[in-house]
Design a binder for this molecule. Structure first.
Ligand SMILES: N[C@@H](CCC(=O)N[C@@H](CS)C(=O)NCC(=O)O)C(=O)O
Length: 226
């Protein structure tokens, strides 16, 4: 049976990119459908009526929402080039780190991006505390360049916002969270990740993200979009 795979995404969304990256790493072909998140399509609202967000992954007509759930689905369905570690304890650890990134890091990032000066410094420190914990879990030795060891895994895919979006957007917004002095291992990891041949091919252009960050957080203040 021919597999029909579709990704409903948005060009600047690190969450959509997670799904595309997982599919590319597995060598799967898919159709990408760009959504206008200010004017969502009927199909997106039908597929994700509760959260009304991208990404949505549609497999042979069956929709799945929430990027980390989609990643797990893809990994369970197509088992070559595994994304999650094989051992249950390591799987649990990877899921925990991913949850920290989504709940704690994103929360602090959004606060930093939207607050005035005073709130911003506190939020930056909050974000850095999460990054410290994440950096401590990164074991870069021998051939290991990623959280997934010698190849990109679940935490790398979930953390791509930290590796690519944060460096571009913090410059656009005029503050610093990820610095090579404070986070040498994460900075090295970020370089490896964004220069990986599969990743490089699908990242949104830096200049577009830069302008988008300024529009999103400074001018329109419609911060919920990212
Ligand atoms: N927890 C969701 C977050 C997805 C998300 O925040 N998507 C944004 C784009 S980056 C969105 O669709 N925003 C539309 C809205 O807030 O109305 C996931 O992991 O998939």
């Amino acid at each position: 049976m021919t597999e029909e795979l579709q990704v409903f995404g948005f060009w600047s969304s690190p969450f959509s990119l997670r799904v595309e990256l997982a599919l590319k790493l597995k060598g799967l072909s898919y159709q990408y459908v760009e959504e206008d998140i200010a004017n969502k399509s009927h199909l997106l609202l039908k597929y994700n009526p509760i959260y009304k967000m991208v990404p949505v992954f549609v497999h042979n007509g069956n929709p799945i929402s929430e990027s980390t759930i989609i990643l797990e689905y893809i990994d369970e369905h197509w088992t070559t080039n595994p994304i999650l570690p094989q051992h249950p304890y390591q799987r649990a650890q990877a899921r925990f780190l991913a949850k920290c990134i989504d709940d704690k890091f994103f929360g602090a990032w959004r606060k930093a991006a939207r607050s005035g000066r005073e709130g911003r410094d506190k939020a930056i420190e909050e974000a850095c505390k999460v990054l410290e914990a994440v950096e401590n879990e990164l074991k870069l030795d021998g051939n290991n360049k990623f959280f997934g060891g010698d190849r990109i895994g679940f935490v790398d895919i979930v953390g791509i916002f930290i590796g690519y979006w944060v460096p571009v957007m913090q410059t656009a917004l005029g503050f610093e969270i990820l610095s090579s002095q404070r986070f040498p291992k994460l900075s090295k990891w970020s370089e490896e990740l964004i220069n990986h041949s599969v990743v490089k091919e699908i990242l949104p252009p830096k200049q577009d993200l830069f302008v988008y960050a300024q529009t999103l957080y400074r001018i329109n203040t419609v911060g919920s979009k990212l």
